[in-house]
Design a protein. Sequence first.
Length: 420
Amino acid sequence: MVEQTEDNKGLKLGINGFGRMGKLTVWNHVARKYFNEIIVNIGRRVGTSLEDIAHYVERDSTYGLLHGFIYGQNATSLISDVDEESGSMTIDGIRVRFLRSFRNPAEINWRDHGVKLVVDTTGQFLDPTFPADHPNGSLRGHLESGAEKIIISAPFKIKDNRKPMPDDVITTVMGINDNDYDPRRHKIISNASCTTTCLAHMIKPLINAFGPKKILSASMATVHAATGSQQVLDRLPKAGAADLRKNRSILNNIILTTTGAAEALRLVIPEMEEIGFIAESVRVPISTGSLIILVMNLQEELSGEPVSRELINTIYLQAASDDPNGYLHYSERQNVSVDIIGLPKAAAVIEGHETHTRTAEVTIDLGKVPDLEKDIIPMLKDTVVWVPVTQAVIYGWYDNEMGSYVNTLADRTISVADHL
């Protein structure tokens, strides 16, 4: 828990959106006690009164009761002073105020509420090139309404591919490239995604150990828990919808979908530009607790230690031991998804028990290699060579909600607040 100091005493946090990420972000910061007050913009009326919002805050179908999550099973309710007129309540000593009037960031008026830092969890405002007065709202609207820094709980998505990424925005993953954030330059920060966060912590130790040149190719598939954008029951697609699977019931199906993890990964680990990489996603009917299956093809050295299961597990074990933040965990236990739920700060939990490697010789006909000087071929004794290649399969767990992502999002938030 981060204690309040004279430097951060009185600092307010703004949160835009109150879905899964917004609610759990409130839980996290109430527990940390870094911010003196939290202002949550819901942007619409909810239920019949503020008591209904308090009911939503206190209970969660995945993580249980708020007081139990923070203090254990013998704790009692932490919510008091529910005041409909001011739209505020006290949660474990932290004043939390709810705004229910405006959805457009430019109209929220963070300035009047004394908010300098906003975490946007809506998933609706992802294009940092949109101006503050964009008719559908934009991230820059928060800046227009008084905020100085914006953090979003999703990757950026620039709709016009001809537009470059603005100079005042950056994508970071805590423990990977968070030091790239420059408080003098960057105003809008993406905390990437839960999948990118786990994936980055799985791949970075291997790049550090082998170097990008030795990694011939890589692919991943995330077996991902359901999200709020999916349907409980089948429904008709919206006009123009191309992926009909998004409208099928997540309660009854394993659903193939897409992930932007590969693109976001290149933003936080530049070495990935040198590695051919494919990322896929499968949604399954559980509330949280996801898994990445990472497949790496590595070129073996003709001399030196072979790439084995033991070597890869040793790399992860050492990396986890050296991680000052505790984001990377290594486990030899036989885990299932519920074992990961709520595990604090665990961006990735390597399932060492299931690491596998297989080495084989790949046959290469030099006569068919593109760009090879043709006059060299007749000079060779043999135009067919055999290259040893090891395929490694690594499993990494992550709680795509509180345990992994919301915790690292909160760390990013506090690190930005420290420089305000």
